[in-house]
Design a protein. Structure first.
Length: 184
């Protein structure tokens, strides 16, 4: 049984990380209005929300199976309290912080936007960037598959693919700030 739970923990962790990276890329492309003309912006936004929601679901399964796998000896405190793990504690801490970051991003946006001003909501939503970075570090430090070439290649390619939307969005924000009328 524990073997099965171990495989589910590993596979759901990998899928959740890839979904977070994909959701990040889609969100950045949508907000930068870099979605081309072939597909409607609403399609990109819906896909972004779907990817984000699925990332939350897979992370939930990942936590439950990691806790249920008695070989790992993970306590509830390890799952919910950053720094509570006795061994490999920093890797767990990054995972817990990534989980909270993801949960805040998702549940401040769904089923409805929690904040009155778009500005505050966006500031909170951008927690998604450090949360995704922490998820990747957690995976790299703790995963049984982390040492394998396939894992490294997939992680490096996925992170590299997010760099284009990220750079594009940063350039887009800088350009908008410069264009904004200045008060004299
Ligand atoms: C399922 C819940 C989610 C909903 C409902 C949601 C909703 C949105 C919306 C409406 C936007 C567009 C904002 C705009 O420019 O008008 C957006 C952008 C964005 N989202 Fe999400 N999102 C969700 C989950 C996620 C997740 C899980 C991540 C990443 C881990 C993420 C990362 C982003 C990023 C980086 C942007 C671009 C923000 C910017 O550059 O200003 N979102 N999201
Ligand atoms: C957003 C949150 C999280 C994401 C995306 C995530 C993702 C991952 C990934 C990709 C792996 C590597 C799997 C492998 O290749 O072996 C992993 C490993 C692991 N994670 Fe997480 N994780 C998160 C949070 C947590 C939390 C809060 C815990 C605390 C219980 C946890 C427990 C574990 C364990 C025990 C492993 C090692 C599994 C093994 O190799 O046997 N994760 N995680």
């Amino acid at each position: 049984m524990n073997d099965f739970l171990g495989y589910v923990t590993r596979s759901t962790g990998i899928v959740a990380t890839l979904l977070m990276l994909a959701s990040l890329a889609w969100g950045l492309l949508f907000s930068a209005r870099e979605t081309g003309t072939r597909l409607r912006p609403a399609w990109w936004l819906d896909l972004h929300k779907g990817l984000g929601g699925l990332a939350m679901v897979f992370t939930g399964i990942h936590l439950v199976t990691a806790f249920a796998d008695t070989d790992l000896g993970i306590s509830l405190a390890t799952v919910f309290v950053p720094g509570a793990a006795g061994y490999e504690s920093t890797a767990f801490t990054w995972g817990v912080l990534a989980f909270y970051g993801l949960a805040i991003v998702v549940f401040s946006s769904w089923p409805k936007l929690l904040f009155r001003t778009r500005r505050t909501w966006r500031a909170v939503h951008l927690l998604s960037v450090p949360a995704t970075v922490l998820a990747c570090v957690h995976a790299y430090q703790l995963g049984s598959d982390a040492g394998t070439p396939a894992f490294r290649v997939v992680l490096v390619l996925a992170v590299a693919a997010v760099m284009y939307p990220l750079a594009f969005r940063v350039i887009n924000v800088v350009a908008k700030t410069r264009q904004a009328p200045t008060r004299s």
